[in-house]
Design a protein. Structure first.
Length: 108
């Protein structure tokens, strides 16, 4: 989290692709996962940058992890957050000039 705070503003404004397809096991209990999601949310809230964040995780533990983070970050008005099954659709979301509807949608 400290490195996020130290990121220069010109870099911090870049959209993000977070690929969680390779997560095979979650060793956190649900409360720990919620706590991590809220801590992450607070970091983005404090940074105050406007950006899009695309999570990629079609299923399994990676999907559960990405879902917790995307739901927490999706409550911040300066962020457009979406969860995707494929990297291609996530990249399309990040490159689009607009969100074509609800940016928190689940896409193929």
């Amino acid at each position: 989290m400290d490195s996020f705070d130290a990121t220069p503003r010109r870099i911090a404004k870049h959209n993000e692709l977070r690929d969680h397809r390779n997560i095979t096991d979650l060793t956190m209990d649900p409360q720990q996962l919620d706590d991590l999601a809220e801590l992450t949310r607070g970091t983005y809230l404090r940074a105050g940058v406007r950006k899009r964040i695309a999570f990629v995780a079609p299923d399994g533990p990676g999907r559960a992890f990405a879902l917790a983070l995307s739901e927490a970050l999706g409550t911040l008005t300066q962020l457009q957050v979406a969860l995707f099954d494929t990297q291609e659709t996530a990249l399309q979301f990040l490159n689009d000039g607009h969100s074509n509807g609800d940016p928190s949608r689940r896409a193929g």
